[in-house]
Design a protein. Structure first.
Length: 288
């Protein structure tokens, strides 16, 4: 699958945390109250940001399986999770392959697995999964992969929390010539193979909602847009660079216009005059 650097994940983590849909978070917490110890499978876990956001809200006893294909990100996750726990006044201890984070009221067991998310994750020997979660993942996968995910969740009777799936919308302020052209090319690029076959891109979250509804899940799909201002210049610049390269890879015509557009956008960002909204979906589904 496509790789993501630890720096990119670090850069986006605060915005991800601030952008999650609060209504769905409240529904997740209400669902969690009906369970004692909780087991969670986190797909494409990266450096553990999804855990850092969700674990305090879920509370109590939790066992997490963190799955990613990148051993460097998983190693960074171990360091980042220990630092995060210590800042919160929690103890961090290794128990074999398991990292135990705890304080007076919360006990979190974390196991990290380096697996190919295209195939190997389905062979992972885990039992009694109650919650399957992922962040910024399913827009990379194919329709077949997403159907297998839905079926596996149904087999486990697990609740599903999939957040920050790109929905295809990009809106810059102030508007400039070329904005819509770049958005169209970026969205075409979103459908190219990211290691799972032809990617669903912006269609992924609605597609998963339909799959889960057919499997008798109650599904909620809510917007979770990024809203970036002048203080988010680093993230805006990283997005600009990534989108410019994506458009350049697949645009059939000469890209002189793209260079002009990119320089103009960069100038606006550097002068603190740029605002950017990027649309995402959050999804929560359960059988209860």
């Amino acid at each position: 699958m496509s790789g993501f650097s630890a720096e990119w994940l670090r850069l986006r983590e605060p915005t991800d945390a601030a952008s999650r849909n609060l209504e769905l978070t409240a529904q997740l917490i209400a669902w969690r109250r009906r369970h004692d110890a909780l087991s969670v499978l986190d797909l494409g876990s990266g450096t553990g940001a999804n855990f850092r956001i969700l674990a305090p809200a879920l509370g109590g006893g939790q066992r997490w399986w963190l799955l990613d294909h990148d051993p460097a990100l998983l190693a960074r996750a171990g360091e980042a999770l220990r630092q995060w726990a210590e800042k919160r006044g929690m103890t961090a201890a290794d128990q074999g392959e398991t990292l135990l984070l705890k304080d007076e009221t919360n006990h979190c067991w974390l196991e990290r697995f380096c697996l190919d998310l295209n195939e190997d994750w389905e062979r992972l020997a885990v039992a009694n999964v109650q919650l399957v979660t992922a962040s910024a993942l399913i827009d990379l996968v194919s329709a077949d992969w997403l159907e297998r995910l839905a079926q596996r969740c149904r087999t486990w009777r697990a609740a599903v929390l999939i957040v920050l799936s790109y929905d295809g919308s990009i809106a810059w302020e102030p508007v400039a010539e070329g904005d819509e052209r770049v958005r169209e090319w970026v969205n075409r690029h979103q459908h190219t193979d990211k290691g799972f076959g032809s990617a669903l891109g912006p269609d992924a979250a609605p597609a998963l909602a339909r799959l889960l509804e057919r499997l008798d899940y109650r599904v909620e799909l809510r917007p979770s847009p990024w809203t970036l201002a002048a203080q988010d210049a680093a993230l805006q610049t990283a997005l600009l660079d990534g989108w410019t390269e994506a458009a350049r890879q697949i645009a059939p015509e000469p890209d002189d216009w793209l260079d002009v557009w990119s320089r103009h956008r960069r100038d606006l960002i550097e002068r603190g005059h740029s605002r950017l909204s990027v649309g995402h979906w959050d999804l929560f589904a359960s059988l209860e």
